[in-house]
Design a protein around this ligand. Structure first.
Ligand SMILES: O=C(CO)[C@@H](O)[C@H](O)COP(=O)(O)O
Ligand SMILES: [Fe+2]
Length: 244
């Protein structure tokens, strides 16, 4: 069944002096989420925003806050971000060892939020094996985390397809796959055709002359590629039945 894709504009690329105005603009343009890039200067070489800003964003936004925690110590800081109003809390698999990934997912669910795990470009999806059945979202990074405005790493859509296959294998049909980094009109089609549900857009939206039109254009292309992928799959099924 066709499910429209959701656009999650990254507030990191918005005008920090006018966050309320920019949030209203993306809401009116049809954004599904506000993507919030929290960077601690350790896990990534950039420092962005912390708990007080997330708290204010939660007050301003009428759509869910998707909080991408690029931090070294998510188990210590998760309670603060959950309390601040993260609707989706996304931790990086690379900093969670042993049973810590499972504990992070439990902590997020116990707070009533949705649990997401992010994978850097070189992290294989197999690290999700123990938790994928219980996850609400997987974030596939298609650039090295740290900065907006980077170029999409070619082939990232293959990881999206691999995550979609893993989710199918464990029966997690509700899992959302989000892609983050270099998503634009030029890259969205291959991503949604591979199974991406949520597209983070930083520079492609806020760097455009008309951000609302840019958001709508990425969404339209993503939805169209999704419809085409469903039709292709149906045609293949019908052909296979005929041949039987
Ligand atoms: O998490 C990150 C970068 O680490 C992203 O959310 C970027 O901020 C997205 O920006 P664009 O690549 O779309 O410009
Ligand atoms: Fe992000």
């Amino acid at each position: 069944m066709f499910q429209p894709v959701a656009i999650a504009p990254s507030i990191l690329s918005a005008d920090f002096m006018n966050l309320g105005r920019d949030i209203r603009m993306i809401e009116q343009a049809g954004a599904g989420y506000v993507h919030v890039d929290v960077m601690d200067g350790h896990f990534v070489p950039n420092l962005t925003m912390g708990v007080p800003v997330v708290k204010q964003l939660a007050k301003l936004a009428n759509i869910p806050l998707d909080v991408h925690l690029m931090i070294d110590n998510p188990l210590d800081e998760l309670p603060w971000f959950l309390e601040a109003g993260a609707d989706i809390a996304c931790v990086h698999a690379e900093v969670l060892y042993g049973d810590e990934l499972r504990r992070a997912v439990d902590m997020i669910h116990d707070a009533g939020a949705k649990a997401a795990v992010a994978l850097k470009p070189h992290t294989p999806p197999e690290v999700l094996e123990e938790v994928i059945a219980r996850l609400d979202m997987v974030l596939v990074m298609s650039v090295e985390p740290g900065f907006s405005g980077q170029s999409y790493i070619e082939g990232s859509e293959e990881k999206v397809a691999a995550v979609a296959e893993m989710a199918r294998a464990v029966g997690n049909d509700a899992l959302l796959i989000e892609v983050d980094g270099g998503v634009s009109e030029a890259t969205v089609e291959r991503l949604t055709a591979a199974g991406a549900d949520v597209l983070v857009c930083g520079s492609a939206v806020f760097g455009a002359q008309d951000p609302a039109a840019a958001l709508a254009a990425v969404k339209e292309k993503g939805d169209a590629a999704r419809v085409a992928a469903i039709e292709d799959a149906r045609a293949e099924e019908a052909l296979a039945e005929e041949e039987m």
